[in-house]
Structure formats: structure tokens, C-alpha cells
Design a protein around this ligand. Structure first.
Ligand code: CDP
Ligand code: MG
Length: 756
């Protein structure tokens, strides 16, 4: 009886802890995604279970001792990569053994799908083989990556392998950063960059080969590129297209391009022992840290890789790990083996990112704490232990809030298997899953939902429209986005003035396409033109395009807060950013000045770079650089024009509600508006951050008449109740009329398509 009882309790706990995170997610994401994922029911069941109080889940791994022995026996393999020269390493990769066959298939076919385990050499070798086979004598080899970090680090690695300076024969391009030159023949870039290149050069004439790498990730840009490249390939017979993928989806890709060949790179992987947590754990950060320490103290050599969801968690776990190492060292006289703790996430500066690939000093064990970036895009050799929290962050469009939110979400089974596989690259390894086997089997989705089906499509709609794709619902998507998402995004663009009533690009819309910015930021810039304060708005937009420039070390929190407050412009966080930049400029862009004022010099330099690139675009568009001097009210108005959909009305102390949907939103304690003598009645904000509360990030006070003037489809000055009602009615009519017109257009199009 007791055994039965305890397993029952365990089951309930299991459900509960998975469901807690899910429920939190559903609450935030509304019901739409539930339909897509088809798991809504689970969320509804939650209520029944929540009465039971969960206890702290302990991670318990029974088989460890036995496995440790096994591991020891295979230790010798691990030092292979470290001891060999770079060219020997190249020849050791699985792809090397099929080099000739692969090149032959590519010679004979225009489109080829290449499938291989992560780490087999697809990303680093394929481009070089193509170069060696003569494809760069006329045209270049381009290789897309869904992630910026991967594009940068892989380009660096390949430039080393080819013994050339980065940016010379081998280069990379990511948004706002182009490290290529006229001699570049192998170009790594984010898929977003190639997508934007199709705007300028719709046939991609400079490329002889395009490698769409990591296609299985199904990023938004990759999915759109699929549709575009399918057309280009039909037009340009000389263009080769190679799509690489982990085993997932390969057949689907092949079908999409008309049953093209699939080339398999034979794998060379070692078995990975998978250990599940017996009970669900409440705090996976704590559990992961504990597990890593246990491995470090008790298990044979081999590096550790921990998967966390994002920067905050990574920083927290690195901090906890180093603290525990310190405690350990001071509490014993014995020599404690060294642990080199290395974070990796996309916003981490490049020099620190590179560290994960370097050998640790004097035999220390490496412990890499990563986001899902290390799942497939980056391969680090020497990993024997993987600790998988079972969660990742995903961008999800929330129709209720009308915006994208980055959300913590259980990963899919496919992703979990990928993560585990990272432990079996250099020898047999172990994967510790901090969730139960039943959660893996019953709670996780088999595969992830493609980004195109879950995010805001504003940028993509704008882009496709400018590529003359009149009817988005007919675009050749491998998996079409929900029609409602397209229409919703079109509505948002219409509200911003980028689309006209029949869904065509307006003059502003055409200009907005030119900027590699989200539509609201592009709108802000163009409003700066109209209000003659583009110099100031340009700085605001640039500062919003880089990570926070304020530096807040834990041990000097008060001091740094005081330093930040000196920059505050009381009515606006946006203007505070402008103020910071202008003062930095007044101090000759000096680095020591940044240090004195607790500012991140790297962030500011990046903002300066972004600014100069946006300025180049403005110059090409012949938009003059106007300035409003120190009269910053007009800058606030430009900010308002981009964000009136994110406007909020004062409700209580520090408490606001969204003007359109009544969602509560709060001033963040770090905001310049927080703790002011007065609190403005109306504000707009850059984005909503969902943590303990709904916090508005980057807030600016606005005048209510601006809202009415700039967003007449949403707001009017209240004269009487009837006019308010009338306005609402008119607003509804306008939206219906627009939708009807679009629908008619679509029908006409369909008829004319048929006639053709
Ligand atoms: O793309 P795929 O996953 O098939 O493999 P890859 O990224 O080309 O990696 C092949 C090898 O290059 C692995 O053994 C990596 O450890 C190594 N590599 C590296 O040392 N430094 C990098 N920045 C990238 C890859
Ligand atoms: Mg790769």
C-alpha cells in the first residue's frame, strides 16, 4: 500500500510541476497557441491538481556509480581533439570520409539535402569543400545560420582552418555587423541577413552556392527563404542550393523542393546513458548546480554542459557554482580539482563566447552553462556530461496582448534528444534529465512548433509585400502560418500606416522596409523625419537596438544605481538613453568615462555603430538629419507615434492598465519614472516583460491628445459618451471594411490566377 501511495503522490507532483509552468504559459499566451500545439486540455486539467502541495524534488540517479566505471574505461578517447593539429582534426570528422561522394551528388543535382549528426562537420567543412571544388571561382559560397553567435564563431573557426584573417577570404555578416570584404569567398550570415539581401538582389546573383544550414531549426527567416529560394532556383540554373539538417524533417525538405536527393553523412557517436530524475524538481537551477557539483567531485574527467533557458539563469548558476567551489576550497585542506565555469548565450561578448572552445587551464574541468544555442548550432568537444533542465525560451506571439513574448517553455522530445547527444561526441557520456521519464513521454511535444506558426509576422509581411508578393495567403510556405496571424500582423502594420486599406505598401511602408528594424522602431525614425528631430530619434532607436548599457555589479549595486539616476530624464526612459549617449559623445566617446559612470562601453560602442549604419540608410533615402536641439518634447511625440498600441493609463500608484485591452502593467523600479513626485496619466512603453509582475520596459510619458492625433483608429478625446461609442463603432467598421476589401482582393487574385 505504501509503495502504491508514494507512486501516486509522485505522479501528482509530476503533473503539477510540469503543469505549473504550462499554466503560467497559457495564462500569458492566451488560447491561440494551445490550439496550435493541441495540448490545451492539459492546462484545463490543472485546477484539479493544484490542491496538493508539492515538496522539493530531489534529483536521484541510481545508476551513476556503475556508469562512472564504464566511463573511466573510455577516457582515453577524449583527448584526441586536443592533441591533434587542425588539419588532422578536419580529416577526423565524419563528413571527411564521404567528401568525394558528397561533392559528386552536388555536381549532379541543383538542390541537395544533407543530413548528419551534430558535430559531423556540416557547417565548418561543407563550405570549404565547395571552395576546394571550384565553386568560388565565379561567385561565392554563402551559408546561413539561424543564430548570430553561430555565424560569428563558425566563421572564425573556418578562417583559422583556412589560415586567413577573419573578414578576408572567410567572413560573416549579422544585423548591423558586416565582417566581409571584396576578397570574401565563404560568407557565413544569419538567415535574416540573406533574407534582406533578396530585397536588393532578388536573384542572389553573387552567390554560386547557398547553404541553408540548420534548416531543421525552422526559424522564421529560414522558412521564408525556403519559399523565395525555391523560385530563384527555378530561375537560375547555375545556382546550387544545399539544405542541411539534423535527421528531423529531411524528407519534408526534399519533398518541398520536388523530391531532391537526401545525402546522409554516416554518424560516429557514442552511447549516452540517460538518467531521469525520479521526482520532478521545483527549482531546476538549484538542481542543476547541485548535479554539476556532484559530477565534479565524484565523477571521472570530462567536461559538463548545462542547458538553461536564458541569460539570467545562466548568470545565476555560474555565480552559484563559483560560490560553491569557493566554499569547498575553504572548507577542506585537500586539493580541490579546478572547475572552469563558462557561460554562453547570444548577448555574451564575442571574446567570452570564444572561451568555450578553448582548452581549460592546467587540466581543469570545463563546465559550460548554455542556452539552447549549444543544442545544435555550436559543438564543443570533450563534453561527457549533459545536465538538461528540460526548458528553453521560445518567442511566442500572444494575440491577446498583440505582441511577441519570450517565454520559458518545456522543450520538445526531439530537442531533449539533441541535448543528450551532446554528451556522446568524444566518448560514451551521461545525460542527467532534471525531469521525470513520464514527463518526457507524456508532457513534451514530439517536435518543436516552427517559429512561423507562433510569432508576430509584421516584419515578414512588410518584406514579402515589398518583394511584390501581393497575396500572402498564397505564398509558398512549407508550413503556412495561421491565417489569423497574417491578418493580425497586417492590421498592426495598417495601424502604423505602413499598409493602405487594400493591404498594399504605403509610402511610409516602402521606407520602413529599408531599415533592418522592427516596424514600430522604423516608424519612430520616420516620424522623426516628419517632426524634424531625426538626429535625436536616431540615437533613441540605436540605443534600443543594443543590450542595456547600464552596468550594475552585484557588490556595488547602490553606487551604480546612484550613477544611473544622474542620467534620468524624469518623464522618459527613452530620453534617459538619449541623454546617456549625448553625454558620452560630449566626453569624446571615452571608455574611462563609461567606467566612471557605470556604463558598458561595449554596448555604447555598438549603439554608435548601429547609429552610423542607420544614418547611411537615411542618407541613401535622402532623408536630411534634422535636430530639435534640447526641446525633447517633440522626441516624445515621435516615440508616441510608434508605440501608441503600447499605451497605458494610470490606475494607482505605479500601476497602469493598457489603454486598449485593460491589461495591468507596472512601472519597473529601475525606470526613470519610478518614485517621481508625480506620475503621468498616460505613458507608452517599448515592451512588456513578464516576470513576477507585468513590467513595462522603457517607458515615456505622453500627452493624451497625441494618442488621439497619432492613433485615431484607437483613441479620441472624450467629449461625451455618445461620441466615444460612435468612435468605437467607426473603429470597428474601419477594421471590417479593411478586412472585406482584402478578402475581395484575394478572391479577385484567385480568379485571375486561375485565368492565367
Ligand atoms: O555542423 P555540424 O554540427 O555537423 O559540425 P561543425 O559545426 O562543422 O563542427 C565540426 C567540428 O568543428 C566539431 O568537432 C567542433 O568542435 C569543431 N568546431 C570548433 O572547434 N570551433 C568552432 N567554432 C566550431 C566548430
Ligand atoms: Mg552545424
Amino acid at each position: 500500500i505504501s509503495r502504491k501511495g508514494s507512486s501516486l503522490v509522485r505522479e501528482i507532483h509530476e503533473k503539477q510541476s510540469m503543469n505549473k509552468s504550462r499554466q503560467r504559459f497559457w495564462e500569458l499566451a492566451g488560447s491561440k497557441l494551445g490550439d496550435i500545439l493541441g495540448v490545451q486540455k492539459t492546462a484545463e486539467q490543472v485546477d484539479a491538481d493544484t490542491a496538493v502541495v508539492g515538496e522539493h524534488g530531489e534529483v536521484d540517479f541510481k545508476e551513476e556509480a556503475k556508469f562512472a566505471q564504464h566511463l573511466k574505461e573510455n577516457e582515453a578517447v577524449s583527448d584526441f581533439a586536443k592533441s591533434k593539429s587542425i588539419s588532422q582534426q578536419r580529416q577526423y570528422l565524419p563528413i571527411y570520409s564521404v567528401r568525394e561522394d558528397l561533392l559528386q551528388v552536388i555536381r549532379e543535382n541543383q538542390v541537395v539535402i544533407v543530413v548528419g549528426e551534430t558535430g559531423s562537420g556540416k557547417t565548418t567543412q561543407l563550405t570549404q569543400y565547395l571552395h576546394e571544388d571550384g565553386y568560388t571561382t565565379n561567385g561565392i559560397v554563402g551559408c546561413t545560420q539561424p543564430r548570430r553567435v553561430a555565424a560569428m564563431s563558425v566563421a572564425k573557426r573556418v578562417s583559422e582552418e583556412m589560415e586567413t584573417k577573419l573578414g578576408d577570404k572567410v567572413g560573416y555578416a549579422i544585423r548591423f555587423e558586416d565582417v566581409t570584404s571584396s576578397s570574401t569567398v565563404i560568407k557565413y550570415m544569419t538567415d535574416g541577413v540573406l533574407l534582406r539581401e533578396t530585397l536588393k538582389d532578388s536573384d542572389l546573383d553573387k552567390y554560386h552556392v547557398v547553404v541553408m544550414d540548420e534548416a531543421h531549426e525552422r526559424s522564421l527567416s529560414t522558412d521564408v527563404l525556403f519559399g523565395i529560394l525555391k523560385k530563384v532556383v527555378a530561375k537560375r540554373w547555375d545556382l546550387k542550393l544545399i539544405v542541411t539538417s539534423a535527421t528531423l524533417n529531411a524528407q519534408k525538405f526534399s519533398n518541398f523542393f520536388g523530391s531532391v536527393p537526401i545525402f546522409h553523412i554516416p554518424g560516429r557517436t557514442f552511447p549516452v546513458n540517460i538518467l531521469y530524475s525520479k521526482t520532478p524538481c521545483e527549482d531546476y537551477v538549484e538542481a542543476a548546480v547541485k548535479q554539476a557539483m556532484t559530477i565534479h567531485i565524484a565523477s571521472p574527467p570530462g567536461d559538463i554542459l548545462i542547458f538553461m533557458t536564458g541569460q539570467d539563469e545562466i548568470e545565476a548558476s555560474c555565480y552559484a557554482l563559483s560560490e560553491r567551489m569557493e566554499q569547498l576550497t575553504s572548507s577542506t585542506t585537500k586539493a580541490v580539482p579546478k572547475l572552469s565555469i563558462l557561460p554562453i548565450y547570444s548577448q555574451l561578448p564575442a571574446d567570452l563566447q570564444a572561451k568555450i572552445f578553448q582548452k581549460a587551464e592546467d587540466g581543469a574541468r570545463k563546465c559550460i552553462v548554455a542556452t539552447n544555442i549549444a543544442e545544435t548550432s555550436l559543438t564543443v568537444d570533450g563534453i561527457y556530461y549533459v545536465i538538461d533542465t528540460g526548458y528553453g525560451k521560445m518567442k511566442v506571439y500572444n494575440p491577446r496582448m498583440g505582441m511577441d513574448a519570450l517565454q520559458v517553455f518545456p522543450v520538445s522530445r526531439a530537442a531533449a534528444d539533441q541535448r543528450a547527444g551532446r554528451a556522446g561526441r568524444t566518448g560514451p557520456g551521461t545525460c542527467y534529465r532534471l525531469y521525470t521519464e513520464s514527463a518526457y513521454q507524456n508532457e513534451m511535444l514530439a517536435t518543436p512548433v516552427p517559429e512561423i506558426q507562433r510569432t508576430n509576422l509584421g516584419n515578414i509581411v512588410l518584406l514579402l509585400k515589398s518583394l511584390k508578393v501581393e497575396n500572402l495567403l498564397d505564398f509558398d510556405f512549407m508550413d503556412p502560418p495561421p491565417q489569423e496571424n497574417i491578418l493580425n500582423s497586417m492590421y498592426q502594420l495598417w495601424v502604423l500606416g505602413a499598409l493602405n486599406n487594400v493591404g498594399g505598401l504605403t509610402e511610409i511602408g516602402w521606407k520602413m522596409v529599408e531599415f533592418p528594424l522592427d516596424p514600430p522602431l522604423a516608424k519612430m525614425l520616420l516620424m522623426g523625419e516628419e517632426l524634424e528631430c531625426i538626429n535625436e530619434v536616431l540615437t533613441v532607436v540605436s540605443m534600443l537596438s543594443v543590450p542595456s548599457v547600464f552596468f550594475r555589479p552585484k557588490d556595488r549595486a547602490e553606487e551604480s544605481d546612484a550613477a544611473r539616476e544622474k542620467f534620468f530624464v524624469p518623464e522618459s526612459d527613452h530620453l534617459t538613453l538619449l541623454n546617456v549617449y549625448q553625454q558620452w559623445k560630449a566626453n569624446q566617446y571615452r571608455g574611462d568615462w563609461c567606467n566612471d559612470h557605470f556604463l558598458q562601453v561595449k554596448g555604447l560602442r555598438k549603439a554608435r555603430e548601429v547609429r552610423s549604419q542607420l544614418l547611411d540608410i537615411l542618407t541613401t533615402l535622402k532623408i536630411p538629419l534634422t535636430s530639435c536641439g534640447m526641446d525633447w518634447d517633440v522626441v516624445r511625440k515621435a516615440i508616441c507615434s510608434a508605440y501608441f498600441h503600447n499605451s497605458a493609463r494610470l490606475k494607482g500608484v505605479g500601476e497602469y492598465v493598457n489603454c486598449r485591452n485593460g491589461m495591468p502593467c507596472h512601472l519597473h523600479p529601475s525606470s526613470a519614472l519610478y518614485g517621481l513626485g508625480y506620475t503621468p496619466d498616460y505613458v507608452v512603453y517599448h515592451e512588456l516583460v513578464l516576470t513576477a509582475k507585468e513590467y513595462m520596459q522603457c517607458v515615456t510619458a505622453v500627452e493624451p491628445q497625441w494618442l488621439a492625433e497619432l492613433g485615431p483608429m484607437f483613441f479620441s478625446i472624450k467629449e461625451s459618451d455618445t461620441s466615444m461609442l460612435e468612435h468605437k463603432k467607426r473603429q470597428k467598421e474601419e477594421k471590417t471594411a479593411m478586412e472585406e476589401e482584402m478578402e475581395n482582393l484575394r478572391k479577385e487574385q484567385a480568379v485571375s490566377d486561375k485565368a492565367n
